[in-house]
Write a protein that binds this ligand. Structure first.
Ligand code: HPA
Length: 277
């Protein structure tokens, strides 16, 4: 297991590399989920840093993800966009999965918008919906804070009562109404994957209060919360979860749906970041 000193030293080396290329430190981090990478093209005055050029930064492998940090302006806000994230199912350790969020914290950033592709469990949802994450259930099987606490970043036992910041969620719900989108929020169950769930697992997730299921987000959000960041989460329902509809699941459907709702998603996020302080 990596020691606290080693992890913090790596973060500082990555930070040194990044700030050398930047004119100003971003205020808001945005993590783009599978198929939702298009937003990255809209960043103005952008500075693109491939992950491979940043010391200690993991490199992404999944189809539909490119690996770049993109710095610049979006809707007038100074942003750092993560184009491609690291999933536990790819074989990365939790220090790698959370490295980008830890880098944001090391840069002094306090705000994070996370997005993902998710399976819809709540039968009121349908493929193509954007759903605000109200809360999560960690079923990944591990916690990214396990091991020596990185006291430079946060406390040993962080409170998780308002992980998806209520104040921002209310504004986002108001924006959904204003944009005439369905006003949806739900509880996200984070699992490890990479196999999709069985219908029995989905019945179980529904019984314990989950509305959405996905293979990302939870580790990064725990790390963000630990480091005192405000978080807003948006799921794009790319498919109904296993057993909800009489059809099989495929990664192709996930990508197809993100492409179909890409424009709505981009418009929503662009408006949204104007109202997050
Ligand atoms: N299950 C888990 N993760 C997912 C799904 C799903 O149905 N769809 C997109 N990501």
């Amino acid at each position: 297991m990596i020691s606290e000193e080693t992890f913090v030293a790596k973060l500082h080396e990555a930070k040194a590399c990044v700030i050398e290329k930047l004119l100003e430190i971003p205020e808001l981090g945005i993590i783009l989920g599978s198929g939702l990478g298009k937003l990255a093209h809209l960043v103005q005055d952008s500075i693109v840093i491939p992950y491979r050029e940043i010391p200690h930064f993991p490199v992404s492998t999944v189809q539909g993800h490119s690996g770049n940090l993109i710095f610049g302006k979006l809707s007038g806000r100074k942003v750092m966009v993560l184009q491609g994230r690291f999933h536990y199912y790819e074989g990365y350790g939790m220090h790698e999965v959370t490295f980008p969020v830890r880098l944001m914290q090391t840069l002094g950033m306090k705000s994070l918008v996370v997005t993902n592709a998710a399976g819809g469990i709540n039968p009121a949802f349908q493929a193509g919906d954007l759903v605000l994450i109200q809360d999560h259930i960690n079923l990944v099987g591990v916690n990214p804070l396990r091991g020596a606490n990185i006291s430079a970043l946060g406390p040993r036992f962080p409170d998780m009562s308002d992980t998806y910041y209520e104040g921002w969620r209310q504004r986002a719900l108001g924006l959904m109404e204003k944009m005439k989108l369905p006003i949806l929020q739900g509880v996200y169950a984070g699992v490890s994957g990479p196999s999709y769930e069985t219908p029995a697992e989905i019945r179980y997730l529904r019984a314990i209060g989950a509305d959405l299921v996905g293979m990302s987000t939870v580790p990064e959000v725990i790390a963000a919360n630990h480091g005192g960041m405000k978080v807003l989460g948006i799921s794009c329902v790319t498919n109904m979860a296993a057993g909800i509809l009489a059809k099989k699941l495929s990664h192709a459907e996930v990508i197809e749906t993100t492409e179909r709702v890409g424009e709505t998603f981009v418009n929503f996020v662009r408006e949204l970041i104007q109202i997050l302080d």
